[in-house]
Design a protein around this ligand. Structure first.
Ligand code: ZN
Length: 435
C-alpha cells in the first residue's frame, strides 16, 4: 500500500473536515440502507439526502451493543464468502461478540493504525517489538502489526507469555528494537522482571513505547503514574493508542501526547448524554462513533459504552481532527457514592500512584437499599492505610472503605487469575441469577 499520511483529512481545516464528514455520513447512510438489513429496517424513513449537517445526523437512532448481539446476521452487509477474518470484541463483563472483516476492512484497519503510528513519529527506519497477543481472535495486536507494516517498519512478533523474559532480553540486545508495543501494565511488569535478571530496561535501545488499551492520562490530561513509571523504567517516551474492535479504528496520541486523535476519514466521533443527545466539547459522556468505509459490519452511531470527552480546541501538532480524553471507565462501571459520580479511572489512577500498594482490587456491589457499595482491597502495609484513604478522598471527593489485604487474597478474589483486573462489579448479579 502506498501510504501517504500527509493526504489525510486530519491536516485539513476544521471546516473542510466537517464538510467532508457530512458528505461521507450521507454516503454512509445510503450504503447501509442498501446493504445492511438492520439499517434498512431501522432507517426506513430516513432519506440520505436529508443528512445535510452534523445536526441532522445526530437525530438518527443509536446502535447498541445489545442490537449487535441480538441481530448480528442482520448487520452483515456483504455475502459471507467475502469475509476473510473473524475477530472478537472485548467482553466488557458480558460475552465477547464475533465481528466479521473483509479484505478491504483489513486494509482500512492497517491504514487507521498506520496514521496513529505516523502521528507518534514511527517511521520505516524503526524496529518494532510487538509484545501483544496475535491470536485468540483479538484485533489489537493484528491491527498494530498491519499498521506498522504499512508504515514500513521492521516488526518482531514476540507475543505474550510467561517465559518470554529470556527471549526478550536477547531481542533487546541483538536486534535493538527502537519501539515496544504492548499493554502498559504488562510492559511495566516485564521491566521489573528484566531488572531482577540484572538487565536495566532504561539502558535498552527502546526510544518509544506504544501502550495499547489502558488509559495513560488523568482526567485532567496530565500523565498518569503508569505512564511516568514506564518512562522511567524503559527510558523511553510513552504513547497511548486506544483501538476499538467494533469501529475497526484506533484513537492514537500524536507527539504532543494530549489526547487520542480520531482519523476523520475513518470515523465520526460523538459524545452523548444519557438521552443520546450530543454533548459539547469538554463534557463527559459516552463515546459514540460511526466508522466510515467499513464493508463487513457497517455501524451508525454506535454506543461504545466507554466514558470520555472530546478535547476542545486544536492540537499544536497541526492536525485538526477531533481528540478524545482517556477512557474514564466503562459506563457500566461508573458508580455513585452519596450523590457523587466516581469515574473508575480517577480511582485507579489514585491507587496506582501509591508506591506502598503492591496490588489492589475495587469491588462494587449493591447495598441493601439498592445503592452502590464500594470496597477497596489493598495489598499494602497497615501503616499506609491512612495515606491510601486520603489519596482516594483527594482524587474522588468521597470516603470509600479500604481493607488492608495481601497479594494471594486479592488474587483469590479475582478467581485465581494473575491478570491485573482492577475492578470487579457485582451489581445486578443477584437479579441476573434469579432470572
Ligand atoms: Zn496532535
Amino acid at each position: 500500500m502506498d501510504f501517504r499520511p500527509e493526504l489525510s483529512w486530519e491536516f485539513l481545516s476544521e471546516d473542510e473536515i466537517i464538510a467532508k464528514t457530512v458528505r461521507a455520513l450521507r454516503n454512509h447512510i445510503r450504503h447501509v440502507k442498501e446493504y445492511s438489513a438492520f439499517y434498512r429496517s431501522l432507517l426506513g424513513q430516513v432519506a440520505p439526502e436529508d443528512i445535510a449537517s452534523l445536526d441532522a445526523f445526530a437525530r438518527l437512532p443509536l446502535t447498541t451493543r445489545k442490537n449487535l448481539a441480538e441481530s448480528s446476521s442482520q448487520f452483515l452487509a456483504v455475502p459471507a464468502a467475502q469475509i476473510v477474518e473473524t475477530v472478537v470484541t472485548a467482553g466488557d463483563g458480558g460475552r465477547s461478540l464475533p465481528f466479521a472483516l473483509t479484505a478491504s476492512d483489513l486494509e482500512r484497519i492497517a491504514f487507521s493504525h498506520a496514521l496513529s503510528l505516523h502521528g507518534m513519529g514511527v517511521t520505516a527506519a524503526d524496529r518494532v517489538l510487538l509484545l501483544m497477543s496475535l491470536d485468540r481472535c483479538f484485533l489489537d495486536g493484528m491491527a498494530l502489526y498491519r499498521g506498522a507494516i504499512t508504515v514500513g517498519a521492521n516488526i518482531m512478533r514476540i507475543g505474550t507469555g510467561v517465559s518470554m523474559q529470556a527471549v526478550l532480553q536477547r531481542y533487546l540486545q541483538f536486534f535493538k528494537p527502537t519501539i515496544l508495543a504492548g499493554t502498559p501494565s504488562a510492559l511495566r511488569a516485564i521491566a521489573a522482571d528484566l531488572a531482577r535478571n540484572g538487565y536495566d530496561a532504561a539502558k535498552s535501545p527502546v526510544e518509544k513505547i506504544i501502550g495499547a488499551g489502558e488509559a495513560l492520562s488523568t482526567k485532567e490530561l496530565a500523565h498518569a503514574t503508569t505512564r511516568t513509571a514506564l518512562e522511567t523504567l524503559w527510558g523511553a517516551q510513552v504513547f497511548s493508542i486506544y483501538p476499538l474492535t467494533e469501529l475497526s479504528v484506533a484513537y492514537g496520541e500524536c507527539a504532543e501526547r494530549n489526547g487520542g486523535h480520531a482519523h476523520p476519514e475513518l470515523v465520526y466521533t460523538e459524545i452523548i448524554d444519557e438521552n443520546g443527545r450530543p454533548l459539547p466539547d469538554g463534557e463527559i459522556g459516552e463515546l459514540t462513533a460511526t466508522p466510515l468505509g467499513v464493508e463487513g459490519v457497517p455501524l451508525v452511531r454506535y454506543r461504545t459504552g466507554d466514558i470520555t470527552f472530546r478535547i476542545p480546541g486544536g492540537c499544536s501538532c497541526g492536525r485538526h481532527s477531533c481528540r478524545i480524553g482517556p477512557i474514564l471507565g466503562k459506563k457500566s462501571q461508573l458508580f455513585t457514592y452519596r450523590g457523587t459520580i466516581v469515574y473508575p479511572l480517577v480511582l485507579t489512577n489514585a491507587l496506582d500512584a501509591i508506591d506502598e500498594i503492591q496490588d489492589y482490587l475495587v469491588i462494587i456491589e449493591n447495598d441493601e437499599r439498592g445503592g452502590d457499595e464500594v470496597t477497596i482491597h489493598a495489598a499494602a502495609p497497615p501503616t499506609a492505610l491512612e495515606k491510601i484513604k486520603q489519596a482516594i478522598r483527594d482524587s474522588t471527593g468521597v470516603r470509600l472503605q479500604v481493607l488492608v489485604s495481601n497479594v494471594p487474597t486479592i488474587r483469590g478474589l479475582r478467581g485465581g487469575t494473575t491478570r491485573k483486573i482492577p475492578i470487579i462489579d457485582h451489581r445486578g448479579k443477584t437479579a441476573a441469577k434469579a432470572e
